[in-house]
Ligand binder design. Structure first.
Ligand code: FES
Length: 108
């Protein structure tokens, strides 16, 4: 699948999210955590792979997002687990900026 085959959906404006901030959005009813990491936008599934917690209620720590429930963490860029009790990677999604729209595509 090429990038042009992906179905991008506008979820926010670039001005909605400053560096170091994140927000909860939905794409096709899928819960997504949208993050501005040093001016780069990233999107991960919002539901922690450990239990049922919303990552957008957690905290950004360097390049990682920390879950609010048990403190497990994921690499924001790759979705790989970085801190126990998280052991399963979380889905990361493609993000692009068109004009001042932030767009996310669910299919990787
Ligand atoms: S629910 Fe996220 S670390 Fe437990």
């Amino acid at each position: 699948m090429t990038d042009t085959d992906l179905k991008y959906e506008t979820v926010a404006k670039t001005s909605d999210l400053k560096p170091g901030e994140m927000m909860y959005v939905e794409v096709d009813d899928e819960p997504v955590c949208l993050i501005n990491l040093n001016g780069e936008f990233h999107a991960l599934n919002d539901v922690c792979t450990h239990q049922d917690a919303s990552l957008s209620d957690g905290e950004i720590d360097g390049d990682e997002i920390e879950c609010p429930l048990h403190g497990g963490a994921f690499d924001i860029r790759t979705g790989q687990p970085t801190s126990f009790p998280v052991v399963t990677p979380i889905e990361v999604y493609k993000v692009r900026v068109v004009g001042d729209d932030i767009q996310v595509a669910l299919t990787r």
